[in-house]
Design a protein. Sequence first.
Length: 392
Amino acid sequence: MTVESTAARKPRRSAGTKSTAGKRSTRTSPGATEPELVQLLTPEGKRVKNAAYDKYVADLTPEALRGLYRDMVLTRRFDAEATTLQRQGELGLWASLLGQEAAQIGSGRALRDDDYVFPTYREHGVAWCRGVDPTNLLGMFRGVNNGGWDPNTNNFHLYTIVIGSQALHATGYAMGIAKDGADSAVIAYFGDGASSQGDVAESFTFSAVYNAPVVFFCQNNQWAISEPTEKQTRVPLYQRAQGYGFPGVRVDGNDVLATLAVTKWALERAREGEGPTLVEAYTYRMGAHTTNDDPTRYRHDDERAAWEAKDPILRLRRYLESSNHTEEGFFTELEAESEALGRRVREVIRTMPDPDRFALFEHVYADGHALVDEERAQFAAYQASFSDVEGV
């Protein structure tokens, strides 16, 4: 299997083989009515001129373009390896980014080192761009820690499981750095499902009123678990920004160049004191919501197939090849690098130490509490009972 392939991961069952077919979405295939969006690379890899956004990618060298391709390929390989490890019982859960690589790498590479990122739980590509070791992302899903990295080392906050709450954290942080006089920006990632959360609405209100230097980056992957986007909103998501008094823009989330350009523009606005922006990256979740989800129960194979034709990695590869921006041995060397990454991920996950079972009793109260001490003692006795059984 090549690292850029998504077709190899199609659902095993066809849409017509399940008794729940009548409950699936009856939406038309994505190609039926294409939305208006910012696009610089077509699915066929053709460069599209755009007077407003071309300048934000004008300085990209062939080496930089290959770097974007490498980022997406290695991110996809890491994600595929993590999914496999969960299926083998090494992780409790995994949220795949398959299909969303361009949205994450494009926006991630638009950031400066001093910008601050507030992710949700699927931003593995953004973490890669921020220099977070991908194996550090696995600890939380294995249950050995609550995050695995220091947020302030890479200006990349810990993953947030509570849907939409990171938008408030990002807004507050952005308001703070504005008061400090910093010229950096903040970006908050969330999905189309989170856009319906009250926390996100509150974030829009406060960021607009206080002109906070924050970019709200919504990865609209079409499905909030089994709920299609059209069941959540009557207008395109990016248009919601108008009601709060700041701009919104929809970008082709499978186009890494367009995503890079639009995010650079939005971050530039924030740094110059022009306030928040909502970026809707229109993309698609090729896999399951998480590894405990079965997407064949609510969406059709033809919809997935239509989005496979828009694959973000294949799109950039076609552009690199047609523009003669590749070097001899580039793809072969990258394939070898991705295999090495896969091996390292497997080795690291299987050698992670077990967590301290008593750590959950720490920091419950600042000065300790008698009830916590009692519960700790009860838990210790429970754990000791297993040793007694093993010794019999």
